[in-house]
Design a protein. Sequence first.
Length: 164
Amino acid sequence: MRNRFILYFFFFFGWSQVMLLATSDQALAQAASSGSGNDGAKAAIEHVLRTQQEAWNRHDLEGFMAGYWNSPQLTFFSGAKEHDGWQATIDRYRAAYASPGHEMGKLEFSGLRVEVLGSDAAFVRGAWLLTMPDGKTPHGLFTLVFRKFPEGWKIVHDHTSAAE
């Protein structure tokens, strides 16, 4: 039946439409199979964020930073300031949360929305909440851009805002 349908298109519309039909069938098959790939990417990205949260809550800043691309090209925006590079980002975290008089608190991510943009790119929107030992609860929103590298998914851009 399918062969007759393609043959019908060939006789009435010409060869280019048959090629278009074949291409459309192939595109549909790829679209149907790519959903499961997106699920795998989403799960892998969510795993990176869970691992970061667990590392933070163990006061393991280096473990937390393992979720970031270790490159001078990493960008981190927060508090109307831009920090360029992995080293500048960890230095900012150390100054704000791991230096004398500053504590890391307990981190919780919520409302994660992972959008896969392709086989090697995604962005994530979500919320963060810190519960500090003194009872304060700084919180805010973030947008992350992820890229897939041979060693896995890494954050290449982080834009974090805090509620006032």
